[in-house]
Write a protein that binds this ligand. Sequence first.
Ligand SMILES: *[C@@H]1O[C@H](CO)[C@@H](O)[C@H](O)[C@H]1NC(C)=O
Ligand SMILES: *[C@@H]1O[C@H](CO)[C@@H](O)[C@H](O)[C@H]1NC(C)=O
Ligand SMILES: *[C@@H]1O[C@H](CO)[C@@H](O)[C@H](O)[C@H]1NC(C)=O
Ligand SMILES: *[C@@H]1O[C@H](CO)[C@@H](O)[C@H](O)[C@H]1NC(C)=O
Ligand SMILES: *[C@@H]1O[C@H](CO)[C@@H](O)[C@H](O)[C@H]1NC(C)=O
Ligand SMILES: *[C@@H]1O[C@H](CO)[C@@H](O)[C@H](O)[C@H]1NC(C)=O
Ligand SMILES: *[C@@H]1O[C@H](CO)[C@@H](O)[C@H](O)[C@H]1NC(C)=O
Length: 647
Amino acid sequence: MQQKSFIFLLLSFIIWSWWTLHCVVSDPQTNFVKIGCSQYNVTDVTIFHRNLNATFRDLKSQVGNQSKHFATAQAVSGNNPAYGIFQCRNYLSISDCLKCFDFAADHIRNCSVGVTGARIIYEGCFLRYESSGFFDQNTDAGNNIVCGDKAKNSTELASTVEQVITNLGTATPRIPGYYAATKAPVPNSNGSSIYAFAQCLETLTQSGCQDCLNTGLKNFQICLPNTNAKTYDAGCFMRYSTTAFFADNQTTNIKHFLKQGGSSKKKAIIGGVVGGASLILILLALFALYIWSTASKRNPRGDILGATELKGPVNYRYKDLKAATKNFSKENKLGEGGFGDVYKGTLKNGKVVAVKKLALGQSKQMEKDFESEVKLISNVHHRNLVRLLGCCSKGQERFLVYEYMKNNNVGQFLFGENKGSLSWKQRYSLILGTARGLAYLHEEFHVCIIHRDIKTSNILLDDDFQPKIADFGLARLLPKDQSHLNTKFAGTMGYTAPEYAMHGQLSEKVDTYSYGVVLLEIISGQKSGELKIDEASELLLQRAWKLYDRGMHIEFVDKTLDPNEYDAEEVKKIIEIGLLCTQASPAARPTMSEIVVMLKSKGLLENKKPTMPVYVDPNFRPRTNGSTPNGTSSSHATVSISSISGR
Ligand SMILES: *[C@@H]1O[C@H](CO)[C@@H](O)[C@H](O)[C@H]1NC(C)=O
Ligand SMILES: *[C@@H]1O[C@H](CO)[C@@H](O)[C@H](O)[C@H]1NC(C)=O
Ligand SMILES: *[C@@H]1O[C@H](CO)[C@@H](O)[C@H](O)[C@H]1NC(C)=O
Ligand SMILES: *[C@@H]1O[C@H](CO)[C@@H](O)[C@H](O)[C@H]1NC(C)=O
Ligand SMILES: *[C@@H]1O[C@H](CO)[C@@H](O)[C@H](O)[C@H]1NC(C)=O
Ligand SMILES: *[C@@H]1O[C@H](CO)[C@@H](O)[C@H](O)[C@H]1NC(C)=O
Ligand SMILES: *[C@@H]1O[C@H](CO)[C@@H](O)[C@H](O)[C@H]1NC(C)=O
């Protein structure tokens, strides 16, 4: 008895130490595999290196800021372009990917100075650059294999490896993202397993990935039956080992991807690898694997498909929301937004939330889209965006439940009862944070979400006075061709881009425009669309342009601010950004990510100077009753768009 429990304890300890060693410890896997230097000619090495450095910076920031395991970048100025690819194994954390990147970017410079192309391969990542495009290259003569130690007892091992890598070769090209990690036990081997991984460049086509992996599978035949091996080609990387090199919970469920697809194709692939004779053996093995993986308790990794697979939002019960908001009482009402009234609610568990009772009218579209839109919005997570926690449907009514923001909205602090209480630093952080939130919605979330109603009252403030954008995604619930005619919505004249207000032309630049107006409001403390008697009845954009144009931009800054807080050049830069955002042509307005970069860079903008902005005459109101039910843009010839003339 005692001996048994001792062995049990010992075993537990061994398993525990294995876990701590293999699962928790960060490891960027910078074990070197191969470096290659290629020779092309560039006309100017300095320009090329400048482009190359820009390319590397871009790659790194994509990995770090967007949590990507694969990135491409190019800098093409001065006729000496540099193209780069970085690929990191998907089982690594982003911080390990960044470490591997730094290591690679450093060592890839070992190629002599004149060299204009190089690639370096590590177990954990791959970095390559060239002076011409190569993103779709799948195989080349440089493909190779690195064989590990010879195995002692090889028969069982070899046949297991054979199965595992063949399956990987079949499944990987069909898996979104082109990567797979699998683990399979070696029979009669006292519990040892094969760990295997395959990955193609995401820029390849499915057949390009397949061709590359086929080369890798052939290469593996050279090593078998060794305990581990790595093979690489221009477009892919494969590795197997009897030692774990990723955690068990990082494995991919490749079962589906083995079944689908034409059998003739599968035969061809398999035939290329091992020859027709072993086909039956492999089919048996596949069957065994199928049985094994069904029987195994391992969680199927939904999230492999599921980088884009959405989690459902919480469905709140109407009864609970009613209780939380004291039956939607007046005293709990926080405000009236473009999409409905908002109430403060305290749930049974004590959590304080904001409940929005949607007033979008009843439309078939809305009925149909509500659930999928809510699902989409509830998956948007960014520190500058208000979290949607869940929803509730009761008959025709729809409710959305959001995290609660104690400090109200930016408008309150600029124009309301707290007027004049924001410091320059706080204003700057509002401007930057709002830009970041929008850049995320436009460019980083997997669906481009255009907000369409950016204004100071839609920018809430958290406990640390960080801005959080509210109401994003809701405009998607409006009938498609009428949203710009919705009166409540257009209550926000003064923020709306002219091309959208008049013609319903929708693009991300509609948000850029509104953002520009908000930025200028934050700097000046003046409300857009509001005529100020003491400022000679000038509209915000008009005044901003006139003062900027005359070099009197300091005059534009809110008079409640202490002039020692800000610097004239910085003020000028920010006003320039605001004016660039409100240019007449959407194409002339920067993207939100460009704005983030401009805000963070020192000094003024290069080559970008605003010209006169445009605005929609505040007397204009869109004619809702004039629109046909299917909303074909009824003519809005009465609208006046005004350019702003300096007097
Ligand atoms: C995998 O396991 C490790 C170690 O326990 C854990 O830290 C990690 O969060 C897990 N990852 C996933 C995706 O479940
Ligand atoms: C590159 O340029 C050098 C000198 O300018 C020349 O000798 C060499 O042949 C060129 N190589 C290629 C591949 O064009
Ligand atoms: C590019 O970066 C490397 C390393 O950071 C540096 O040594 C080199 O001077 C840079 N080259 C150019 C042209 O900026
Ligand atoms: C994120 O992007 C910014 C510029 O947009 C850059 O300065 C920063 O270094 C990036 N972060 C990482 C981890 O690369
Ligand atoms: C690159 O050069 C450094 C310093 O000379 C050396 O430590 C490193 O091992 C080299 N890396 C490769 C991949 O050759
Ligand atoms: C290898 O393992 C198999 C199965 O366990 C066993 O039958 C065989 O005798 C072993 N061969 C050697 C050389 O150890
Ligand atoms: C399996 O491992 C145990 C303990 O590690 C050892 O006693 C036993 O002989 C091993 N069996 C085989 C078949 O290698």
